[in-house]
Design a protein around this ligand. Structure first.
Ligand SMILES: NC(=O)c1ccc[n+]([C@@H]2O[C@H](COP(=O)([O-])OP(=O)(O)OC[C@H]3O[C@@H](n4cnc5c(N)ncnc54)[C@H](O)[C@@H]3O)[C@@H](O)[C@H]2O)c1
Length: 268
């Protein structure tokens, strides 16, 4: 296993009960970091921590991060549990509904932005100035390949992630050199984002391609043109997050690291 030199660092990860967030808290814990894991699914999160035997390193915190009060409470608790400003903040929480532009209501846009965009803005407002005062910090936002290369659907989701990337750029400038702010932009990653029975995008793929399960996924991979020829794994995103959190990335700020199997054609 790689050693990113993160032992004893204090880390806050939002949206950590499943998927990329879960892989990220596990990876930080494997490094010996002390993690505050925030999620609305407190029971799922707590059960995972116990099953993994990581109670000494990971503390679960319950919050609805789609509200200002929820983020304020989570941020205050994270600072308390970290004994001051955490060393690392990972703004991972996010969700999206697969809808066409015409299906998307104003309410859909607002809901998407409350969770994907304002959770990041509010967490950063509460924690980044504390990091700056403490003299060090690293923020990693989980955006999306769609933030760099929009498709013709999921417009609200892509816009919210592009907005996160823009704010990240501003914060990277405003709080340099003490606090580094970067984004990881995943392509399609095999998580409950796709597989969840009520909200997962797999059922949209099945409807779109007239195929079931693996066959629908293969049709999507070909249609989307993922050069890697597969979906990504949450651990592959977690590895990129750990790198950006570490001192190995000391000269990297205001950047976006794609973990997308080559989906993005742009050269930036
Ligand atoms: N999976 C992909 O293909 C993919 C691609 C690009 C970007 N992303 C991004 O990666 C991040 C993680 O997604 P994932 O794929 O691991 O999905 P996921 O659904 O497994 O994880 C999302 C987590 O956020 C939590 N959450 C949802 N709403 C919440 C709320 N209101 N308050 C607190 N917690 C809440 C969920 O309980 C879950 O633990 C998201 O920001 C997503 O947009 C995912």
């Amino acid at each position: 296993m790689a050693d990113f030199g993160l032992s004893e660092r204090t880390v806050v990860v939002t949206g950590s009960a499943t998927g990329i967030g879960r892989a990220t808290i596990d990876a930080f814990a494997a490094e010996g970091a002390r993690v505050v894991a925030v999620d609305i699914e407190f029971d799922v999160l707590s059960e995972h921590i116990v099953e993994a035997g990581l109670q000494q390193l990971i503390t679960p915190v319950h919050a609805d991060l789609s509200t200002a009060d929820g983020v304020a409470g989570a941020a205050a608790e994270a600072i308390r549990l970290s004994g001051g400003a955490p060393d690392v903040l990972v703004n991972n929480v996010g969700a999206g509904r697969l809808k066409t532009f015409e299906e998307l209501t104003d309410d859909d846009f607002h809901r998407t932005f409350e969770l994907n965009f304002f959770s990041m803005v509010r967490m950063c407002r509460a924690i980044v100035p504390e990091m700056y005062a403490a003299g060090r910090g690293a923020v990693i936002n989980v955006t999306s390949d769609l933030s760099r290369q929009a498709e013709d659907t999921i417009v609200d989701y892509a816009a919210s992630k592009a907005a996160v990337a823009s704010v990240a750029k501003s914060l990277a400038r405003a709080y340099a050199p003490r606090v580094r702010v970067n984004n990881v932009a995943p392509g399609p990653i095999w998580t409950p984002f796709w597989t969840d029975e009520s909200t997962g995008w797999l059922k949209n793929l099945e409807a779109a391609y007239g195929a079931k399960g693996e066959a629908a996924v293969q049709a999507f991979i070909e249609d989307r043109g993922i050069p890697a020829g597969r979906m990504g794994e949450p651990e592959e995103v977690a590895n990129a997050i750990l790198f950006l959190a570490s001192d190995l990335a000391g000269f990297t700020t205001g950047s976006t690291l794609g973990v997308d199997g080559g989906t993005v054609r742009a050269t930036f």
